[in-house]
Design a protein around this ligand. Sequence first.
Ligand code: FAD
Length: 468
Amino acid sequence: MNSNDIRTEVVVIGAGPGGYVAAIRLAQLGKKVVLVDEDKLGGICLNYGCIPSKAMISASGLFNKIKQSSKIGIKTGKVTIDFSKMQEWKDGIVSKLNKGTEFLCKKNNVTIVKGTAVFENSNRLKISNGKNSSYIDFKKAIIATGSKPVELPNFKFDDKKIISSRGALYLKEIPENLVVIGGGYIGLEIGTIYAKLGSKVSIVEMEDQILPGFDKNVVNVIQKNLEKLDVNIYVNAKADKIENNKIAIDSKEKGKVLLDADKVLVAVGRHPNTKNLGLENTKVKLNEKEFVDVDKNLMTDDENIYAIGDVSVGPMLAHKASMQGKIAAGIIAGEKVSYDNFVVPAVVFTDPEIASVGLSEDEAKDKGIKVKTGKFPFSVSSRAMTREETQGFVKVIANEADDKIIGVQIVGSDASDLISEASLAIKMNSTIDDLALTIHPHPTLSESLMEASEATMGKAIHILKLKL
Ligand code: FAD
């Protein structure tokens, strides 16, 4: 060993919401742990994903709301945007959280190593940092290397005109014309930001609806709002090529169309970071889509190596990565815990927000489960009215056999926060009665969860027993 080499009990590769959380929990449980990352602490989520996007969603949302405030008696002068100031504010949040992550790691005695990690074997990593390299010998390793955006052959990222979500969140100017290829959650979140800031946005989606896989009723609410923002939506459409400032698309409904584009955001999915990791020097196996295969203990086919977060199978979400990080850490430290993929809430921060947990009505039916459903629209929620945010609904799905809540879908303001009550209800095996008999504060949006549960029994107070 040379002086830069390290011997440790556990090494975590990747300091995203999976990796840094795993490292801190391992240290809390008394393990000697090294955290390696080739970039900034916090991973994609903190630096180029969840946090910068949500900051810009808040800022653009506020701008849009101020423009509509005369309806509730607030008159303003002309409201304008200082985009560099907005970006500076967003960068400040990212930097503050970045420093906070480093502080927490250091105070918990996590050793941070900067560099690119490659497995030499099932007990050794090579770390390269510029010209220098060193080795880390470990007993256990956690792979938390995350994912990267999928590139399209005719739209290779050049970081100038053709950009990924990362580039789109760090633009210097608001583009006049933005074409978004991919109508999934990342494309819609960023498309909405720029539409609210004044760009002419077009969304091109190959499937027959934006947000493929989501319930039509949910998609309709979002689509209406996008249209109000003057966003052009092309479904059943394929982006062919880029020529000068135009994107040629082929759309089933509208034929061949040329779209103006100062910037093209390609958001067609993400791919796990499993290449160039030296996994061939270990027993780790990948599935056909190149995600790391893990069991319910998050262990790979190599008993020394675990995998968590985007790089492993399951939804590509930060909170899933973090929970897996805590569980993998617990298992390595000898705790009797395991991971359950069923109660993972998913949120889309569109306008309004979408949040779901557990099974949808269709998924339950596909599994042969007979269900009861109850729906409560925000249009009759007093709190939603006082906020002038009455779009959307809460839908509760319960098993007819035992009244257990098996799924909840919410479209509307604060859906991202409201869904946690539903997650807890499902995790605690709650019945519709449990939710219906829990006193909810008034007037709040959360009352809608109570009313939707009551609606499954035909007993909601604030809606008639109609089919909604
Ligand atoms: P990552 O966050 O991807 O971190 C992996 C880390 O590993 C990186 O820091 C990378 O530098 C490092 N690394 C990779 N290879 C090596 C190597 N060989 N050696 C050393 N280091 C390496 N999820 C949500 O839940 N909510 C949201 O609102 C949300 N919004 C998003 C918005 C956007 C625009 C994007 C792109 C993603 C968003 N996500 C969101 C998804 C979320 O960012 C990911 O699910 C999450 O970051 C995954 O965490 P992770 O720890 O698995 O990996």
